[in-house]
Design a protein around this ligand. Structure first.
Ligand code: UDP
Length: 328
């Protein structure tokens, strides 16, 4: 058995997939989740589950006192438009709670920290693919709340015995190919989730938010990455830190862009059905194109994505939605 790992937000989409892979790799995992958005049933049975809030300092001190080797911190609020409407709630949930968690880690002597950051820290990137050293100019409170955490990590790591990896996620999608878990959040705003809701009869059409962007087909281009590959990047980040690696801030994407129309076409191919997709005005806060320059993480961790194919991504997302609804 390897060390004990605390996973905050382990009942959520990315946290639960990562918990599974940590267990598969032989780690003992404690999941802390308040189930505000996470789903109890997505936590693998072998993990120890504590229902509680990351903002609960007494609880954190308790959990960390047991000798935790690393914290993987997924818990947080993630809906960009909501962050615009409720910025202070986002700074509390994402920035303040992480501050408390970091203080608790330093007090308890936790040596390693892995943080879910986001490509939203770049804002409207001047150059695509975007490198890790590009300017960070977030255009939403969500992106700002995550960037502030990156700064806290940088400074805390310089002052204390703590090393960290912050992974800047691009567009995470897909689901466990074995059908054990997938995207289950209520009120999701993500393209692939909404498109599979159309295919499963939960909404009648999909809006294409802008078809006049300066991109090849006029629709927004993103770097979609399969959640299983992303979970694998976390396990590798942990191995890297345990082997003595320096702190890192790394893009987590494939370096390949797909447009909204390409995503829709891939879903139509795998489902053999048409999606009623209608051109609509641009969505506030969206950028034309966001694609990772993704060579650093491959080089440092030896990370080799296995689910890079867009059809694989959308097929697993659709299969999960059907299963969730009992249509599978
Ligand atoms: N998008 C769309 N219709 C939708 C949801 C999203 O056209 O119903 C577009 C959005 O404008 C962007 C891309 O799909 O170009 C990815 O958006 P998503 O919300 O999935 O992720 P984001 O890149 O905003 O984090």
């Amino acid at each position: 058995m390897r060390g004990r790992i605390l996973v905050t937000g382990g009942a959520g989409y990315i946290g639960s997939h990562t918990t599974q892979q940590l267990l598969d790799a032989g780690y003992a995992v404690v999941v802390l989740d308040n189930l505000s958005n996470g789903v109890r049933g997505m936590i693998p049975g072998e993990a120890t589950f504590i229902q509680g809030d990351v903002g609960d300092r007494a609880l954190l001190a308790d959990v960390l006192a047991d000798g935790v080797e690393a914290v993987l911190h997924f818990a947080g609020s993630i809906v960009v438009p909501e962050s615009v409407a409720q910025p202070l709630a986002y700074y509390r949930n994402n920035t303040l709670n992480t501050h408390g968690l970091l203080e608790a880690c330093v007090e308890a002597g936790v040596p390693h920290f892995i943080f879910s950051s986001t490509a939203a820290v770049y804002g409207d990137a001047r150059q695509v693919p975007v490198r890790e050293d590009a300017a960070t100019v977030p255009i939403s409170p969500y992106g700002a709340s995550k960037l502030m955490t990156e700064w806290m990590l940088r400074d805390a790591a310089a002052a204390h015995e703590l090393r960290y990896v912050a992974l800047r996620y691009f567009n995470v999608a897909g689901a466990d190919p074995l059908g054990r878990r997938g995207q289950s959040s209520k009120n999701a705003t993500h393209l692939i989730k909404l498109a599979v809701e159309v295919l499963t009869g939960q909404r009648d059409h999909l809006d294409i938010f802008g078809d006049d962007y300066p991109t090849p087909d006029g629709t927004g281009v993103r770097d979609y990455i399969h959640v299983v590959d992303l979970a694998d990047a976390h396990v590798r980040a942990l191995d890297y830190l345990r082997a003595g690696g320096d702190s890192q801030v790394l893009n987590c994407g494939y370096g390949k862009g797909s447009s909204v129309r390409q995503v829709i076409a891939a879903l139509e191919r795998v489902s053999n059905r048409k999606i009623d997709a209608r051109a609509a005005p641009r969505r506030a806060g969206d950028v034309a194109e966001l694609v990772a320059e993704a060579s650093r993480i491959r080089r440092l961790f030896g990370w080799q994505p296995r689910h890079e194919d867009l059809e694989m991504i959308v097929r697993t997302a659709l299969d999960w939605e059907r299963k969730r609804l009992g249509q599978g």
